[in-house]
Design a protein around this ligand. Structure first.
Ligand code: M6R
Length: 607
């Protein structure tokens, strides 16, 4: 949540900062601001609303400074307003701070500072930081040391940038449980909470770890540990192209990302699976003895990533015959789960920065589980915590609603299940069929994407509905969960997903004349059962739409959306495609901002 950019170099900072914030709006978009040092004074420009509003602030375009910090906010403490927007300054306008994360003890710190004579103007937790820095600077007379002392008082999570008019050629950066990277291009140095913010300037990045501090001056970058001992860090080359973070002619990132899926799935498969060969995972060392020793697989994640886990559970259990449970990270971490060294724990996170998923992973390690992170972002926090990391390689996902990351997560987990089955020598014809089908997925996804026009027509018919229900059985139920989340998060239509067999136990009371019910049907064995459940809602006046890979034309459904057939275990990768498109087109029909739905942010770095 929230996006941070910083710059020190030879160019005008305001342009680079605002440009970077525009690329980070998916992280938060209720207010934005920048602070630069001009003529030895801090100049701060901020306002409520979108980043582009910054261009209208008086004097912002005339700023000549070549050092500055910037922030786009997703409100946690205090409503979106000019006063609550970052940067925040200390009482003497000497220090400016931008902050991602949450300071849990801000109330106590604020009280302490008030006793010392400081005044507070915003409702934010962040405002304690510049005042704490001000307080410690009085004794330390050194920005880095003052920031370090202030950080020792903070409980919670933070990624911060600090500038001071007393040390006008310096940015100090610190991180704990909130991501931050430093990009370099010659003498130009960039700070960002997310790589895409500054990808147009550099591919060379230092990835900060928790507890690290950085001092950026015009001539050098110095890294320190939490006790301010010097540390060495290695530059990482980030292969994402700038093109990958632009819309490339699509109206919205979400549409671009939906249509990128044949390519992203190809990248996920990469060299892990080749025709007539065993599945290769060079990034993990898990052998037969270990797999024979475990009695449980736990998959933990949030939101869409968790729904990817629900799909994969079916394959893990079928191929490995190991009990596989899927858990929501925010519940798992507080439930004292029954896990131990006989549990393999897999954590899925596109961003690799989701606070609950990272905390869940730390708990699993503490309980002696072997851990695997599935992430899309190289070097993200989760990848540094897990024993092993496997990357989806789906390319940057910018739209808040996850689409290509989901299908890549499912594909990667399917490959992992196959790999484990091969390690266990559980060879079967089904595994060979699955492998063939996975290799055909990019082509089949291309076919499924051809449903775009008919889905758009459907969206134009249903966009004014108040409720939409999704039902399915078995593997199809996992897709209804994802379809329902997608629709509600970007169209704001209330929607729920049910196991088709559960309808009669309560939810069918909600079915009334004219309501839309969408059924997903791909499991051959369950077709008749699902069709019967759909007939029951038709009888009660529902308009039924079916997404299927079967020929169901003989039934009286209002509409049937056909996708190519594949192995049952992989069918979610195809049946979800029209559902992603439906959410997209319904949102468009309602005139909403598809990429930046209200109240949401791309990565949820607070619990
Ligand atoms: O970055 P992560 O995969 O950890 O994010 C998990 C969820 O926050 C994310 O999938 C969320 O549910 C999306 N808005 C879904 O479209």
């Amino acid at each position: 949540m929230c996006g941070i950019v910083g710059y020190i170099g030879k160019n005008k900072a305001n342009e680079i900062l605002i440009n970077g914030l525009l690329k980070l709006e998916y992280r938060g978009y209720d207010s934005a601001g920048i602070a630069v040092i001009e003529n030895n004074e801090i100049v701060c420009k901020k306002d409520k609303g979108r980043v582009r509003n910054l261009y209208n602030l008086e004097g912002i375009n005339e700023l000549e400074s070549t050092i500055g910090i910037a922030h786009t906010r997703w409100a946690t403490h205090g409503k979106p307003s000019m006063v609550n927007a970052h940067p925040h300054l200390d009482n003497h306008n000497t220090f400016a701070v931008v902050h991602n994360g949450i300071i849990e003890n801000y109330h106590e710190l604020r009280e302490e500072l008030i006793k010392k004579g400081y005044k507070f103007y915003s409702e934010t937790d962040t405002e304690v930081i510049p005042n704490l820095v001000n307080y410690y600077y009085k004794e330390e007379k050194d920005l880095l040391k003052a920031v370090n002392k202030a950080c020792k008082d903070l409980k919670g999570s933070y990624a911060i940038e600090v500038i001071s008019k007393d040390e006008p050629d310096k940015i100090v950066v610190a991180r704990k449980d909130s991501p931050m990277v430093i990009g370099v291009a010659g003498n130009d140095k960039y700070v960002a909470s997310d790589i895409p913010a500054v990808l147009e300037y550099t591919r060379d990045f230092y990835l900060l770890a928790d507890g690290e501090f950085v001092e950026l001056t015009r001539d050098e970058i110095k890294f320190y540990d939490e006790d301010l001992n010097n540390i060495e860090k290695k530059i990482e080359k980030i292969e994402w192209s700038e093109k990958a973070t632009s819309k490339e002619g699509y109206e919205d990132y979400m549409l671009k990302e939906i249509y990128e899926q044949p390519k992203s799935i190809r990248e996920t498969i990469g060299s892990r699976l080749k025709e007539n060969e065993k599945c290769q995972f060079d990034d993990i060392e898990i052998d037969k003895n270990y797999l024979q020793s475990i009695n449980k697989i736990k998959i933990v994640a949030c939101g869409t990533a968790m729904y990817a886990g629900l799909v994969a559970k079916n394959t893990f259990e079928r191929l490995l015959k190991i009990d596989t449970e899927v858990d929501v990270a925010s519940e798992f971490r507080y439930r004292d789960p029954l896990i131990d060294e006989k549990t393999l724990a897999i954590f899925i996170s596109q961003s690799g920065e989701t606070a609950d998923t990272i905390a869940a992973l730390k708990l699993a390690k503490h309980k002696k589980c072997k851990t695997i992170a599935v992430s899309n972002v190289i070097g993200s926090s989760i990848t540094r915590e897990a024993h092993y990391t496997i990357y989806t390689h789906a390319g940057p996902e910018i739209a808040v609603a996850s689409t290509k990351a989901y299908t890549s997560q499912v594909v990667l987990l399917e490959l992992l299940a196959i790999h484990f089955a091969e390690v266990l020598e559980n060879n079967s014809e089904e595994i060979e069929t699955l492998k063939d089908e996975i290799l055909q997925l990019p082509k089949k996804v291309e076919e499924a994407l051809k449903t775009g026009e008919e889905v758009k027509e459907l969206a134009n018919e249903i966009y004014a509905q108040k409720d939409v229900f999704f039902i399915g059985r078995g593997i199809d139920f996992t897709v209804t969960k994802e379809a329902s989340l997608k629709l509600k998060e970007i169209s704001y239509i209330h929607s729920d997903a049910y196991q088709a067999g559960e309808l009669k136990h309560g939810p069918i009371a909600l079915i009334e004349n004219g309501i839309t019910v969408i059924g997903i049907i791909s499991d051959k064995k369950l077709v008749k059962k699902s069709v019967s459940n759909l007939q029951e809602v038709i009888t009660r006046g529902a308009n039924v739409i079916v997404v299927t890979d079967k020929d169901l034309s003989k039934y009286n459904f209002k509409k049937i959306i056909k996708v190519p057939e594949t192995n049952k275990l992989l069918s979610p990768i195809l049946t979800v495609i029209p559902m992603q498109l439906l959410a997209y087109y319904v949102s468009k029909a309602k005139g909403l901002d598809v990429d930046k739905p209200r109240n949401l942010a791309k990565s949820v770095t607070v619990e």
